[in-house]
Design a binder for this molecule. Structure first.
Ligand SMILES: NC(=O)C1=CN([C@@H]2O[C@H](COP(=O)(O)OP(=O)(O)OC[C@H]3O[C@@H](n4cnc5c(N)ncnc54)[C@H](O)[C@@H]3O)[C@@H](O)[C@H]2O)C=CC1
Ligand SMILES: CC(=O)C(=O)O
Length: 361
């Protein structure tokens, strides 16, 4: 039996099934204007890119998702696998390929392409490999979507966000790094476990580098509007000795280290991290494209915003930022910090500026 090569040969009409009658509602006849479609591109369809794409799909945020990867078969396989979930998801056009020009006229371009850490490696170890990749990807993506927002995820994310800003020529308000949005979620998770509340009710920020020098803002943690640090200091019990112990500097530093160590632990156990960064980036994408004005700790141009760092130093690091359709709407520059928090943020900024400056961009 000869196989029909397309659905139209089987009698399906390209304009829709013939068993639906077409109602032609001209403008003025009551037809609503069509909503502007939202196009999101993900460059790098590895573990992280696919976790982001899959989370965005479940959020009903995008009308079109473009997946780009250097490996043609892999990205086509990923596309088909997601397309096959069509019956369970909102209608989204999913396209894939190796050519960055497919991302043309995106509202949001998310970059996750690049090398990832092997166990024991730091994020900063990836810099040279990923900068050369960014020199190929970013100018092409910026040319294809000159009005888009650019959201960088590849590591080291703060330095690569600086690189993307330089290479794209975009205003800093439209170049954002996923930064410590993920670290802050890990921080809130650990605090929430300790306090036996939902992480969504814990207000707590990690700022600075998404990496080893990140800074936990202990002084500003709150639950239901109540400051938490004093409570923790009074009530912390050492689980090992099962006796009341001062919730001291060492204990606080232990929790910060646990946050910083989270990625290393997951990478040691499963080879990479993916689900949490998928949710983290999807939530940033939602705040941007739905113009939510929500505050996220993300990597932004922090020139002149870190006390003690000369105002002419161009570097990206995470500070709480208000995000909307235009990108970064404003940054919380007047953080109330203890002397120790301020000292640590300065060290984080100096570390990042050293890497950005050495690139000579
Ligand atoms: N900012 C954050 O919080 C996080 C960042 N990451 C970073 O995300 C990046 C990706 O991690 P994974 O997805 O686990 O790695 P992966 O190895 O699974 O995926 C990377 C993908 O990039 C693709 N790629 C390489 N060169 C490309 C090019 N020129 N154009 C398009 N695609 C290209 C590869 O083919 C591969 O599919 C790493 O740098 C990792 O460190 C990972 C987790 C969290
Ligand atoms: C790999 C990485 O940057 C993270 O999971 O935090």
């Amino acid at each position: 039996m000869k196989k029909a090569s397309s659905l139209s040969e089987l009698g399906f009409d390209a304009d829709g099934p013939s068993f639906f009658r077409h109602l032609s509602l001209a403008d003025g006849d009551g037809a609503l204007p069509r909503r502007r479609l939202i196009k999101i591109s993900v460059i790098g369809a590895g573990n992280v890119g696919m976790a982001i794409a899959q989370t965005i799909l479940t959020q009903d945020l995008a009308d079109e998702i473009i997946l780009i990867d250097a490996v043609a078969d892999k990205v086509r396989g990923e596309m088909l696998d997601l397309q096959h979930a069509a019956a369970f998801l909102p209608r989204v056009n999913i396209v894939s390929g190796t050519d960055v020009s497919l991302t043309r006229s995106s509202d949001l371009v998310i970059v996750t392409a690049g090398a990832r850490q092997i166990p024991g490696e730091t994020r900063l170890n990836l810099l040279q490999r990923n900068v050369s990749l960014f020199r190929r990807i970013v100018p092409a993506a910026a040319e294809a979507s000159p009005e888009s927002l650019l959201l960088i995820v590849s590591n080291p994310v703060d330095v690569l966000t600086y690189v993307a800003w330089k290479l794209s020529g975009f205003p800093a308000s439209r170049v954002i790094g996923s930064g410590t949005n993920l670290d802050s979620s890990r921080f809130r998770f650990l605090l929430a476990e300790h306090l036996e509340v939902s992480a969504q009710d814990v207000q707590a920020y990690m700022v600075g580098e998404h990496g080893d020098s990140s800074v936990a803002l202990w002084s500003s943690i709150s639950v239901a509007g109540m400051p938490v640090l004093a409570h923790l200091q009074k009530n912390h019990r050492s689980s090992a000795a099962s006796k009341t112990k001062q919730f001291d500097e060492a204990a606080l530093e232990g929790i910060r280290r646990a946050v910083v160590g989270s990625a290393y632990e997951v990478i040691k156990l499963k080879g990479y991290t993916s689900w949490a960064i998928g949710y983290s980036v999807a939530s940033i994408a939602w705040s941007l494209l739905r113009d939510q004005h929500r505050i996220h700790p993300v990597s932004v141009l922090a020139k002149g915003l870190v006390r003690g760092i000369p105002a002419d130093r161009e570097l990206f690091l995470s500070l709480p930022a208000r995000l909307g359709r235009a990108g970064v709407l404003s940054v919380a520059a007047e953080l109330v910090l203890t002397d120790e928090e301020e000292r640590r943020l300065r060290i984080s900024a100096e570390t990042l500026w050293g890497y950005c400056n050495a690139l000579g961009l």
